[in-house]
Design a protein around this ligand. Sequence first.
Ligand code: SF4
Ligand code: SF4
Length: 148
Amino acid sequence: MWIKFKKWFLANILRRKYYRTGKCKACGKCCTQIYVKHYKHVLQDEKEFKKLQYLHSFYSNLKIIGKDDIGLIFECQNLDLDTHKCKIHKRRPAICRRYPQEELFSMGGALSDDCGYKMEPIVPFKDVLKNYEKKHQNKLEILNKFKK
Ligand code: SF4
Ligand code: SF4
């Protein structure tokens, strides 16, 4: 019952497409490959990042470790590399507490393969397909006639 309500709330009130299942295994991987979204884009250059560091102390703890098609890649220096634990776990920022969120996918990111969380579509793909087919039945029939 709770799951049903949660899915309904996420889909209809918050307009989300995914819901989160599972739990964190504390492997620390998500703290070693971070993209930073600012407004509607992912950070691409160091200059912009430097400006952002003045806005929130969290950014001062990030170190640029590379860049790919999505944007700059950061590692958080609050991660203890020996234990894979966050050194400021109890006072970690809200963004870390909420991780992972659906936004991750819209940025082009993904969960690591062995992350304890999974993001499941609220409406299963087969239902999306079924609804699409229902809605576009006429067009599909016309297309099928042409195929014959
Ligand atoms: S990658 Fe997943 S399991 Fe590992 S620390 Fe991050 S949230 Fe937890
Ligand atoms: S503050 Fe802690 S939880 Fe957040 S990214 Fe850094 S190491 Fe990870």
